[in-house]
Write a protein that binds this ligand. Structure first.
Ligand code: SAH
Ligand code: F3S
Length: 479
């Protein structure tokens, strides 16, 4: 249930291998999307060079950094509550400094310092390389702010330190920012314009991960299919590139192919796809390589053409359905998941029923569903009234969550009595005698440990299931 309602993880803290020469302690935690978790690994790497080891104890920290999310009002409230907790700790440890990173830092800028007295440091998503200077200012007793957005920062030259929870799966960031300007969304304002990372640096990172024993990577971007490398710079400036740059550019399907070939045994995932940017080439490349996982996270937000238009989603319901048909034709066993939003301004009961019927058409494997939350500065906030009553929003959300559960149930049951390939990630939460891993379709599977170990690819015969988990037994290592 939890997984279906909210994809955003809450406040996990990162801990790295301590370096002996480092004397100061950093407590870093992340809220929000996978990109924030990946960014925190970059930040931890920058801070390690500045003499900071990470700690899991807030009470021990010389410096606390919180990587924040602005996507919905609730996400911001969660961070504000967390700041209250830091405040309490600071009373015991007055030397502790507090910095805010990420989308809330970018959105609120200097205002953060006025609104939350506990905050010493405000750093936007493109300014992490300036952290060493900013920390020096803070240590000298001044507050510090850097929220400059960049045209070309991708942190491609920083080797992120990994959160070694399982040593099997890792996030690899490939684009930053978003140019799509969906009218409800704060991301283009907090993360700036879209730019892509040098494919060579991506390949180097993947090769390095494989050498360290990682078995699965997720290529990350706010709008991952829009990836385009033509030598650096903003995507919107591609028009101005030279003929040679245009002729030798790398698209997302090119990049996928390069990654799949570079490490043919590494599982490759990617997230998130905006339907308007997911091309047939990408789907065909997925079909061509066994190691690209058959799962597409394809948020649609609404099934109503009128609402899609108001949201500035640049495709129709019919085009989305045609895309789904193509995916199913080219990759018959491809899992498809959604993000859906209810209660967008002016959404009528009829619009909502269009969402329900689209869900019934696709029968997604799983999804993340939200009620509309008005975000300051977005086009929807400026041009529209948040006019759907809270009770209506909640009722519509409950309706689609229930529907999604039914669909997940149907989809998961399709695997009963089949053999699936599972990459073992960790011990099952429910039993220390069982392993837990995921299939290429991103479905969790649990089975008795026997002699298998974390990082093994195992063939699992599925005997039973819940709506989200396959339960079975291993019948051997996958070839
Ligand atoms: N491209 C992004 C998607 C944006 S945020 C990614 O990589 O994940 C994730 C989801 O949050 C969106 O798909 C949308 O369903 C939801 N969301 C975004 N803005 C929102 C808002 N103002 N209110 C409610 N939900 C929102
Ligand atoms: Fe937001 Fe739309 Fe981009 S949801 S992240 S503006 S694709």
């Amino acid at each position: 249930m939890e997984k279906i309602i909210d994809e955003n993880k809450q406040g996990e803290s990162l801990v790295l291998e301590p370096k002996k020469e480092n004397t100061r302690k950093l407590f870093i935690e992340s809220y929000g999307c996978a990109m924030n978790f990946s960014d925190s690994e970059i930040v931890a790497s920058i801070m390690a060079k500045e003499g900071f080891n990470t700690t899991q104890n807030l009470e021990d920290a010389d410096l606390v950094l919180v990587n924040t999310c602005s996507i919905r009002d609730k996400a911001e409230q969660t961070v504000r509550k967390r700041l209250e907790k830091y405040n309490a700790v600071k009373r015991i440890n007055p030397k502790m400094k507090v910095g805010v990173l990420g989308c809330m830092a970018e959105r609120l800028k200097h205002k953060f310092l006025e609104e939350e007295k506990i905050v010493d440091l405000v750093v936007g998503p493109d300014a992490y390389k300036d952290l060493p200077n900013l920390i020096t200012e803070v240590e000298d007793g001044r507050n510090a702010v850097n929220v400059t957005l960049s045209k070309d920062e991708t942190y491609g030259d920083i080797s992120p330190v990994r959160l070694n929870t399982n040593g099997v799966t890792a996030l690899v960031s490939i684009t930053r920012g978003c140019d799509n300007m969906c009218t409800f969304c704060v991301v283009p304002f907090t993360r700036g314009r879209e730019r892509s990372r040098d494919p060579q640096s991506i390949l180097e990172e993947i090769n390095d991960l494989w050498d360290k024993g990682f078995k699965e990577i997720t290529l990350l971007g706010q709008n991952v299919d829009s990836y385009l490398w033509y030598g650096g710079g903003l995507k919107k400036d591609f028009e101005k590139a030279s003929e040679l740059q245009k002729a030798t550019c790398t698209s997302f399907s090119n990049l996928l192919e390069m990654c799949a070939k570079a490490q043919p045994k590494m599982r490759i995932r990617f997230s998130t796809s905006n339907p308007q940017d997911l091309t047939l080439d990408v789907i065909k490349t997925m079909a061509k390589f066994d190691n690209i996982c058959n799962h597409i996270h394809l948020p649609v937000q609404s099934g109503s053409n009128r609402v899609l238009r108001e949201m500035n989603r640049l495709h129709t319901r019919e085009e989305y359905m045609a895309l789904i048909d193509n995916i199913r034709k080219i990759i018959p066993n491809c899992a498809i998941s959604q993000d859906m939003m209810v209660g967008f301004p002016t959404e009528t009961e009829e619009d909502f029923q269009d969402t329900v019927s689209l869900m019934n058409y696709v029968k997604y494997n799983f999804g993340y569903m939200f009620t509309y939350s008005e975000r300051p500065g977005t086009l929807a906030e400026r041009k529209m009234t948040d006019d759907i009553p809270e009770e209506t929003k909640k009722q519509r959300l409950a309706d689609i969550v229930e529907l999604q559960l039914k669909h997940s149930d149907i989809r998961t049951k399709e695997h009963l009595n089949t053999v699936v390939e599972v990459l073992i990630e960790k011990e099952s939460k429910k039993s220390n005698k069982q392993w837990s891993g995921r299939t290429p379709q991103n479905i969790v599977a649990v089975f008795p440990k026997e002699h298998y170990k974390i990082g093994d690819f195992v063939k699992v015969k599925v005997n039973t299931c819940t709506s989200a988990t396959l339960i079975g037994e291993a019948i051997g290592l996958a070839p």
